[in-house]
Design a binder for this molecule. Sequence first.
Ligand code: NAD
Ligand code: IPM
Ligand code: MN
Length: 350
Amino acid sequence: METKTYNIAVIGGDGIGPEVCGAAKQVLQRIAEKDGRIAFSFTDFPWSCTWYKETGRMMPEDGLDILKRFDAILLGAVGRPDVPDHVSLHGLLLAIRQGFDQYVNLRPVKLLKGAPCPLKDVRREDIDMIFVRENSEGEYAGKGILEADRAEQVGVFTRRGCERIIRYAFELARRENRRRVTSISKGNALNFSMVFWDRIFAEVAKDYPDIEANSLLVDAASMFMVRDPGRFDVVVCSNLFGDILTDLGAAIAGGMGMSAGANIDPERRFPSMFEPVHGSAPDIMGREMANPMATVWAASQMLDHLGRPDLGKRVLDAIEAVLEEGVWRTPDLGGSAKTSDVTRAILEKL
Ligand code: NAD
Ligand code: IPM
Ligand code: MN
């Protein structure tokens, strides 16, 4: 039996990032040992705000060339209170997402069994949606001016950019037997970019008569995510709306400690990157309080992407089994277990 080795770049980053990446690495290692047909070789990179303080950069000038050789990237989180966030995030996280044209940000919002939910009168099965967030342009294009008395932030929406992400959402719906794609936009106020987005959504939807296409304004969509989450299945939206709504999604599906995302280049020209939705959580760093489940879930998405959805599912099932058992819970889930306790519990379920 031949073993395929995957080379994974690990960027722990700041705060709890390295702690939760440590958990995800152990899980990947264990599932590979159990399977026997795959193996992982991890290379850790120290790129972070600490590295910035020493070098003046968030990653080396040829950072993307270095990362390009890897099969995938595992990222913890970036950001430290004493480095401006726009410097740290544009210098590392956004530089990778955009530099590698990881134009799909896939963020599942699914309430696992045993995970807490703050909503009343909602069935667990009703919280099962997948966000397809545009991840390469839009409000995050990084264009504009910043002067003493005036700032302008330019959103860039291209036909290519909108069409490819919307098409991806419909293809995903087909592939996963999901019936509905909801586009979330704001054409009533954003009279250029979102009018453009809405037009392209309507055009692309015509190619998928088998999938129900639905469009919501972002304000109403926020309300429905709380009042009637069952109406969402596949959701497609712009970069900023996807950012905001997936924190809301995390809140209804167990919290920030449970929410994962994959930054994908579907054409596989570049490595894709897997990370939790949460940030570096400086308030709890170094105290073994971080819930590793979000990053372990991201590792499960990595397995899916590397062509082993069977293993991805086993990892997700292990997380769910630990939650359902309810013994090992970090403080965000109302328990007092440590990061390492929860990691061990997940490893045991594997
Ligand atoms: P955050 O997600 O780091 O934290 C928000 C709250 O959730 C905090 O109370 C934190 O303790 C809690 N939390 C987050 N992850 C948790 C986990 N795994 N287990 C338990 N509790 C968890 O958001 P923030 O405080 O707005 O941002 C902190 C820093 O992280 C900032 O510098 C920000 O720019 C950065 N950030 C980075 C990323 C990223 O790298 N992908 C994402 C979001 C924010
Ligand atoms: C996320 C984060 C990032 C984003 C920040 C840190 C730039 O909030 O991954 O959700 O806005 O995409
Ligand atoms: Mn965010």
